[in-house]
Design a protein around this ligand. Structure first.
Ligand SMILES: [Zn+2]
Ligand SMILES: [Zn+2]
Length: 304
């Protein structure tokens, strides 16, 4: 199953030359899940061939402009392009009011159902569950209500040991039960334990998206042992005081978080416009957590 994320924007606060405010497109089994939608996201989608028609879910972490000012424009384009299927939107409660106000004064009635679910920044909740994944909110510690999102693959059925089944001449109609973990009893009454006939499926992969936040251990347990951790790293650690004041994280802290929560890989982003180049941020995070990459726009990271 495809499980990968394409970076559309990686800048904090304001766009700067060659970097856009935050947005990411997650491809899970060819369905797109858009995470945050800063200004310029539509242009980035065009540039990197991310099709709006394939997006059915949008997640907004919080109401600072760098995370959602592209949203109304995107909804408007979907409307103008004749979208009919429902769009599922998740975000802070007041997001609905902002969208409604914009639609009201442009006298626009969207041609498609916009199904809005408010997020609660006080507690973790499962907000999506389908055949492929579940999505949980991650309560973060920012100046205003803010959540991250945890995308967890569903556990797959067990895998059959094909040669073994053929050798024992087990009828095909029992295969589904075997995949679900049942034992097999032959016509002559011999019981075969499930684990002699199947093997466990791969561990479900998990992508954690930690948007703007102060370093705060309260959410560490929830993101323990993820496959890929995206974490904001707005500043270098020499700006730690500024990071605390503005409720952000430094690159060094992001590395420490990945280490403490046993992430397999770390992706850092939300870079302050003060950094023209990003090598120092990368080096700093790698000094504690070597398996770190920069969330470079246009790059796709496979979650495996
Ligand atoms: Zn931000
Ligand atoms: Zn923010």
């Amino acid at each position: 199953m495809k499980f990968e994320v394409t970076i559309l924007g990686s800048s904090s606060a304001t766009p700067i030359f060659n970097r856009n405010p935050t947005s990411q497109a997650l491809n899970i089994n060819e369905r797109l899940y858009l995470i945050d939608c800063g200004e310029g996201t539509q242009q980035q989608m065009l540039r990197f061939d991310v099709k709006a028609s394939r997006i059915d879910h949008i997640f907004i972490s919080h109401l600072h402009g760098d995370h959602y000012l592209g949203l109304v424009g995107l909804l408007s384009s979907m409307h103008l392009n004749g979208r009919k299927k429902a769009l599922y939107l998740f975000g802070p409660p007041h997001l609905k009011e902002i969208i409604d106000l914009q639609l009201k004064y442009s006298e626009t009635t969207l041609q498609f159902p916009l199904e809005f679910t408010p997020t609660d920044a006080q507690k973790a909740e499962v907000i999506v569950s389908n055949n492929d994944i579940t999505v949980e909110t991650i309560p973060l510690d920012h100046r205003i209500a803010c959540t991250g999102f945890l995308f967890r693959e569903k556990k797959r059925l067990r895998k059959l040991k094909k040669e073994k089944l053929e050798e024992l001449k087990i009828p095909v109609e029992y295969y589904t039960a075997l995949k679900k973990g049942n034992d097999y009893t032959s016509a002559s009454g011999v019981i075969y334990k499930n684990d002699t006939l199947t093997i466990d499926s791969d561990e479900p992969k998990v992508y954690a998206y930690c948007s703007d936040t102060l370093y705060n251990e309260q959410y560490f347990k929830q993101i323990d042992k993820v496959t890929l951790l995206y974490h904001e790293a707005t500043f270098l650690n020499d700006m730690l005081d500024r990071a605390k004041e503005t409720h952000h994280t430094t690159a060094l802290q992001a590395g420490e978080i990945a280490l403490k929560t046993h992430a397999r890989k770390l992706l850092i982003g939300h870079f302050s416009a003060r950094y023209k180049t990003l090598n120092e941020l990368l080096d700093e995070a790698r000094s504690v957590f070597p398996a770190t990459e920069l969330a470079i726009e246009g790059k796709t990271f496979v979650i495996d």
